[in-house]
Design a protein around this ligand. Structure first.
Ligand code: CA
Length: 698
């Protein structure tokens, strides 16, 4: 039987013309080259530079003695002010990167000359399914092809020379609220891709596609489906039948269960395993999802899978019975550390829950876990069992719980870096508490946010002091499990980091500065005003003997949609690619000053009942995307003054190509009108406040 199968496989290979083969001269990365990427510092060949995803570059031409002379070499303008989160790839003098709405560009890495641009022409309405802006975190390059996952769930292979599509595969059910924002990874000729959408109600999985043809090779579901539907015929069937399926209760499948794989996938060549970071439950509230019982595997877990078959090897769950939008999707970084005098092959992760985990990657056993930020949900992580010792009340069953860190994360998608030279991990960390309130009368709204909690509840008065958001760049010793130095920031959202052999750490912030610090003590050595928030992971590389540092600038993401940012122009300027070198003398085109639009004025009058109704629906459907600087501020939108225009958008879906879908499935025209009433009320209050304090505009 096996022999016959093998023979067929050989025949199939011989007959295969590789329809998607490319003769591209650029982007020549193969398995051997990626495995040896550590010794190729002129290039940045993969998302985290090498498979280990340390985001450390050994280059020393730019260093602590000359970084003060770092200047802009060139910049490349981008086409939108939506969030820019991508880490570029640099191969042999060409830089490839994705931008908001999953577009892709190739530029010359030493001049910025644009070689090609690719627009996947997304289904615009899918923008409404993106929990956290229409961002994209990067491309993968492999054997002359550039791979990108799109916001509407496709995986596309482009010719590295021309940007022409070679194949395109739909990886999700596009009727469901799936999106893709993560960077694909390539290993053993397979492109690995997951998806997002747990807030809106999907079932998570990760898939491997043949890099040449785009054919599905294997799929691993991270949560079980409806038992009545039988097995999935997927790589995950066995482990769900064996033990993982028994960790679920209730009717979780109605809301998908969650567990999306939306960011971290790492190949560990030492043990030939793929390490996969798995996200939160759908809905968040475990009471609403799984009768408040069970570990709910593999939510909030790191999964080890065989890269060729997707077969389960081991898992480590950071939050059993996840109930807070805690995830283990954050960056997984591989390292060899000496712990208690012994060399250990470890993975390191700083997930949302605020503990820094060091895990033995030979077997998934916890070595140590300590909080890297203030936290109030666990007494400790028990090293013997690997499980957290939860504080009483954190499951907010009887009364609200003021939680920090929250589901925004002590650390989100922003890449961290690890310098083997200093032995420190540089974490963009956050303090962003929220009050968790059980939604006792929770109803599903498929395709919109489904958390099973009341969002936006004010902090209880006794916690008012701790409620203010802030952030830190933390230099963390993973062996001693303690901070060596810290830089505090006034806002939570701070950018990805890059560590270099030149004793430097680079990081952007949401107040438009891009900084270089001394990696040993955190002393600021240089900064650059980028004119817009800098959140993405920086990179460094060398072309013709000159070292460059590059980063995408552009504010957005979940904070860009949900939190006001009064320090930046409204609307914010479009994004830009920034590339620096020592002695660089280019200048950025100035950011035009913009004044906020005037508040909407209308003589329409509404009843108290309408206003109350509108407040409820505004909180349910609008505020999550319209409270930050990225999307229109509704009280300042002139659409609110015109009942017909409002209805054409909210019910008629007139702007759905831009991501503002029709809310007809969830709202009646009367309810939509009540939102307009409430928005006009907000406008009235805002205008009155502005008139009372005209000087407080900045
Ligand atoms: Ca989430």
């Amino acid at each position: 039987m096996f022999k016959r199968f093998a023979l067929l496989a050989v025949l199939a290979l011989a007959a295969c013309h590789h329809p998607a083969e490319t003769e591209a001269k650029n982007g020549r990365i193969d398995q051997a080259r990626l495995l040896a990427a550590e010794n190729d510092p002129d290039n940045w060949l993969a998302y985290g530079r090498t498979y280990a995803e340390q985001r450390f570059s050994p280059l020393t031409d730019v260093n602590d003695t000359n970084v003060g002379q770092l200047g802009l070499a060139f910049s490349v303008p981008l086409d939108t002010n939506r969030g820019q989160e991508a880490t570029p790839i640099v191969v042999d003098g060409v830089m490839y990167f994705s931008t908001a709405w999953s577009k892709v560009m190739a530029v010359k890495a030493d001049t910025g000359e644009v070689l090609w641009k690719y627009d996947p022409k997304n289904i615009g309405a899918k923008g409404a399914h993106a929990c956290c802006d229409v961002v994209n975190r990067g491309v993968a390059v492999w054997e002359g092809k550039v791979y990108v996952g799109t916001i509407d769930g496709r995986l596309i292979a482009l010719d590295a020379d021309t940007g022409k599509p070679l194949w395109s595969t739909v990886t999700v059910d596009q009727k469901e609220p799936y999106t893709i924002t993560m960077a694909p990874r390539v290993v053993h000729g397979k492109v690995i891709i997951g998806n997002s959408g747990a807030e809106l109600g999907v079932r998570g999985y990760v898939s491997a596609y043949d890099a040449e043809t785009g054919k599905l090779v294997w799929r691993f579901y991270t949560v079980p489906g409806n038992p009545a539907d039988g097995p999935d015929h997927a790589a995950s069937d066995e482990v769900f039948a064996k033990f993982a399926g028994k960790t679920w209760f209730g009717k979780w499948w109605e809301m998908g269960g969650g567990g999306t794989v939306w960011d971290s996938v790492v190949y560990d060549a030492d043990f030939n395993q793929l390490l996969i970071g798995v996200g939160n439950g759908a809905p968040w509230n475990q009471r609403a999802r799984s009768d408040g019982k069970g570990d709910n595997l593999f939510l909030a877990s790191i999964l080890s899978l065989d890269p060729d078959t997707g077969k389960y090897k081991w898992h480590y769950q950071v939050n059993p019975g996840e109930s807070w939008d805690f995830t283990a999707t954050q960056q997984i970084t591989l390292a060899d550390l000496t712990i208690d005098g012994k060399p250990r092959k470890v993975l390191m992760q700083a997930p949302k829950n605020g503990f820094f985990y060091v895990i033995d990657r030979s077997n998934g056993k916890l070595i140590s876990a300590q909080p890297y930020v203030p936290q109030d949900w666990a007494d400790r992580i028990d090293v013997a069992t690997g499980r957290p010792v939860e504080k009483p009340g954190i499951r907010y069953a009887d009364k609200p719980y003021f939680l920090y860190p929250s589901g925004l994360g002590a650390h989100a998608w922003m890449p961290m870096s690890y310098s083997p030279k200093t032995g420190l991990v540089y974490i963009p960390a956050m303090h962003a508490p929220i009050t968790m309130v059980d939604d006792e009368h929770y109803e599903r709204h498929i395709g919109r946010w489904n958390t099973g909690t009341h969002m936006g509840a004010p902090p209880p008065p006794e916690h008012a002091k701790e409620a203010a958001f802030k952030g830190w760049l933390i230099a963390w010793d993973p062996v001693k499990q303690k901070a060596v130095w810290k830089i505090e920031r006034q806002s939570a959202w701070n950018g990805g980091t890059l560590a270099t052999g030149g004793n430097l750490v680079f990081q952007g912030d949401d107040h438009a500065l891009f900084h270089a610090y001394d990696a040993r003590d955190g002393k600021e050595l240089w900064s650059f005003n980028a004119g817009r928030g800098v959140m993405a992971g920086p990179i460094t590389y060398r072309v013709n003997g000159i070292q460059y540092v590059a980063v995408l600038a552009g504010y957005g993401g979940s904070m860009g949609m949900a939190r006001p940012a009064p320090w930046m122009p409204t609307p914010p300027p479009n994004g830009v690619l920034l590339v620096f070198k020592v002695g660089g003398a280019a200048t950025l085109p100035p950011v035009p000053a913009t004044a906020p639009l005037p508040f909407a004025r209308s003589s329409d009058s509404f009843s108290e009942a309408q206003l109350a109704e509108g407040q409820k629906w505004y909180g349910t459907y609008c505020s999550i995307c319209h409270s930050g600087p990225v999307n229109p501020n509704l009280p300042r939108s002139q659409m609110a003054t015109d009942a017909k225009a409002w209805n054409a958008i909210v019910i008629g879906g007139k702007l759905s190509d831009y991501g503002m879908i029709s809310f007809k499935p969830w709202l009646t025209p009367e309810q939509a009108e009540s939102i307009r009433a409430y928005v006009l009320e907000l406008a009235k209050e805002g205008a009155a406040k502005e008139a009372a304090a005209p000087a407080a505009k900045s």
